[in-house]
Design a protein. Sequence first.
Length: 371
Amino acid sequence: MIGGFLGAGKTTAVAHLASWLTAKGKRVGLITNDQGTGLVDTTFLRARGFLTEEIPGGCFCCRFNSLLDAARRLTASARPEVFIAEPVGSCTDLVATVAYPLRRMYGGDYSVAPLSVLLDPIRAARILGLENGGRFSEKVVYVYNKQLEEANLLVINKADLIDETRGQRLRDALASRFPGKEILTISARTRSGLENWFARLTTGSQPGGASMDVDYQTYGEGEALLGWLNATIRVSAREEVDPNQLLAELASLIQNRLNQQSCEVAHLKMTFNPDGGLGEIAVVNVVRNDLVPELSLTFPGAVRSGQVIINLRAEAAPEQLKIMLVNGLVICSGLHPGLSLDVEHLEYFRPGKPQPTHRDSVLARTGGESG
Ligand SMILES: Nc1nc2c(ncn2[C@@H]2O[C@H](COP(=O)(O)OP(=O)(O)OP(=O)(O)O)[C@@H](O)[C@H]2O)c(=O)[nH]1
Ligand SMILES: [Mg+2]
């Protein structure tokens, strides 16, 4: 599992790890997960050509059996030797609720790699109080810190965004807050540090030991402070439009509304999948309120129609997010005469209280684990 808070770079890293393993001759299957349906991550990974199963409608820990079903479906179609699973970025307690039960029941079938928890260094520096900038409320920060606490490997991603002094300050703060934890620094964008991390993941197995204590009341309340919105929009235009520009515009419009209403964004991500294309898509991301929307994949050329998938997670009421989206769509279509943006699917909600299927507070070796 590659964990970490919303927007830390998990999907980007999963894609690199999958390519790295494939180049080494391994068959790889990917598993994405979300509280809702219509996932940007699945679209992104499939567009990159990876075999991907998704578990919508709840997190791995609460849908443990769906995780196994997804692994079985991948096994039936391609017999992967390695599964890479990306848990929901607002989830924690994955060691006790996913890794340990998996090892207890299927230890002979699966060897579980150390749990990596990725972090965005700017988000982390703000949450740890090292730098000024937008922050989430205390209960969301509780979930964030719990994610770091249970990591076997703390992986500082996006090293390209900070200089060495800021990087060292963050490593020192993490080492003092989470003593003894292994800390790696990578950039999934420039690919620095990836080889070392991947080697560490594929050679080491997850250590045992008591799982961490979690106050499920605070965890549930923290997760529920985040509003969740997933939408699918049908795009049709009289004149050709540039999908990259359209996504960036829509992202800016929604971001402006988040900023005006002082709502801290966790991750706004969108894909544009043109009709009749060959699988190429455009993807835009916003992971901080003060960040210009970034295109992480661009589509070459202009199109008349397609589908936009929007996944927005921010500390705001879900109804507020819905209004921001609808306003954004109205203004965006007004900017382009002849452009229709029609909502095909829309869900907005707060994640429910986490109720894990299993919770093992220690690692039991009853599944014929080979070590
Ligand atoms: N500068 C920089 N940006 C990165 C790096 N890795 C990922 N990103 C960007 O960070 C944004 C979020 O990346 P994702 O991989 O979607 O993050 P995620 O953790 O999967 O997000 P969720 O699934 O929403 O929790 C995208 O714009 C990525 O291009 C990196 O090393 N450097
Ligand atoms: Mg992701």
